[in-house]
Design a protein around this ligand. Structure first.
Ligand code: EPZ
Length: 408
């Protein structure tokens, strides 16, 4: 199966276009709801956003022309559906001296505060105010500073890295996130003229420049979608190859898959997973990259429901990311939860049932469980799925799954 471009690489790249003084093209951007929503947000500000044919083997690109931006605001009705909107904050303050965005409320998986984003911008000289649920940020011109993040934050690192590109002087980001999507953004910013080094390590140094040009950037493959597709193969005892996946960005997941008894074959741009015989129960703990990704925790828990013993799943990133457990129990899974730890006792099989999706990755885990269960499973509220997976059901049916989208 061909893996799509990474949603969480495209979103910051779309935000980065606000920094440029010429159009930016993002090649390989998948057709996803969150990407369409981000495009709507940018066009609300005055940018022109369109999908164009990238001219290379039928790939598409999102083209953003930021030259007519006139409103530096992200309204509540958009932000409440997609908290990644916070990524416009750094670029707007750096390029236009101000921004006003609705404070992203919590979401299904947690409170999702942005205190680290605001602390960082204040250290770069911005003034922040909070009124009527909107946060306002102003700065005549940002000036470089050292920012130490209290915890690894992906969009916090991305926001500050983007803001620092046009600040006066040098910015050092300490305890920076090291996700591949952060590196993809840094690479694109360098191609636009930014001076950034250290991306991929926990210390990123940005030297401010006067302006950034446009350009055309390829997005990396979606390592979370790839992990989900490979787990579809593992959970059903099948044989799945993820084309376009970068195995070096998936070490933690591939390691856990092979510990569970799956056979892995990996080379650049290709990862294959096969599984015969019983699933071996293994423990997993989520942590910031390069650790086991929180965005694969739900899918892996579904897989562990069929293990040969006990699997301890610990979620250390978000405070409420076990909602899929209640749904899996309805299929016969044995899962005990206390705090951020779930004990999964493997059972010989799961039984199909009507299920409710609650958030993007939990809905993927319910689909995986349904693929392996006896009988039919219906997953409701799959608009969650459409936020992060491009045509998941057609990808899975081309792998042999019996799956179809039906009217709710
Ligand atoms: C990014 O969210 C991803 N989204 C998430 O993917 C992913 O789950 C998450 O990183 C963790 O890997 C995008 O990249 C668009 P964080 P982000 O800031 O940046 C706390 C998906 O499924 N925190 O790394 O919002 C926070 O509450 C999405 O595609 C603060 O306390 O996550 C969390 O506990 C879901 N204050 C932890 O840090 C802050 O200012 C990590 O959050 C910022 C974060």
């Amino acid at each position: 199966m061909r893996v799509s471009g990474a949603k969480n690489a495209v979103l910051p790249l779309m935000a980065a276009s606000l920094l440029a003084d010429a159009p930016v093209e993002i090649v390989g951007a998948p057709r996803l709801r969150d990407i369409a929503t981000f495009g709507k947000l940018l066009s609300l500000m005055g940018a022109s956003v369109e999908r164009i044919d990238a001219g290379e083997d039928g790939r598409e690109a999102v083209r953003i022309d930021p030259r007519e931006i006139r409103k530096a605001e992200a309204p509540y009705d958009l932000v409440k559906t997609m908290r990644a909107s916070v990524l416009v904050l750094g670029p707007l303050v750096a390029r236009y001296g101000r921004a006003r965005i609705s404070l992203p409320g919590g979401c299904a998986i947690g409170a999702r505060p942005i205190d680290q984003h605001l602390k960082g911008l204040e250290l770069l000289g911005a003034k922040t105010t909070l009124s009527e649920g909107y946060v306002g940020v102003e700065a005549a011109r940002l000036s470089g500073a050292t920012v130490y993040f209290d915890m690894k934050t992906v969009t916090g690192t991305e926001n500050l890295m983007m803001a620092a590109t046009l600040a006066k002087g040098t910015t050092v980001l300490k305890n920076a996130a090291q996700e591949p999507e952060v590196c993809c953004l840094a690479q694109a910013l360098r191609a636009m003229g930014a001076d950034i080094e250290g991306d991929g390590t926990d210390e990123i140094v940005v030297r401010g420049v006067a302006s950034l040009r446009g350009g055309r950037h390829d997005v990396i493959a979606d390592r979370i979608e790839a992990s989900t597709l490979l787990l579809a193969g593992a959970i059903t005892g099948g044989d799945v190859t993820a084309e376009g996946a970068d195995p070096s960005a998936m070490d933690a997941v591939l390691q856990k898959l092979s510990e569970s008894g799956a056979e892995i074959a990996a080379s650049p741009g290709l990862v294959r997973v096969r599984r015969e015989g019983r699933v071996r129960s293994v423990n997993v703990e989520t942590s910031p990259y390069p650790g086991f990704p929180t965005d694969v925790q739900a899918q892996f828990m579904a897989y562990m429901c069929l293990g040969d013993g006990f699997s301890i799943v610990r979620e250390t990133i978000f405070e409420n990311r076990f909602m899929h457990a209640a749904e899996l129990r309805r299929m016969g899974a044995k899962i005990d939860i206390s705090g951020n730890t779930a004990a999964v006792k493997g059972v010989p099989f799961l039984s199909g049932a009507p299920l409710m999706a609650t958030d993007l990755r939990a809905s993927a885990s319910l689909v995986l469980a349904g693929l392996a269960a006896k009988g039919t499973t219906e997953v409701l509220r799959i608009y969650h799925l459409d936020r992060g997976y491009e045509e998941l059901e057609s990808k899975l049916s081309s792998l042999g799954a019996e799956i179809a989208r039906v009217k709710e």
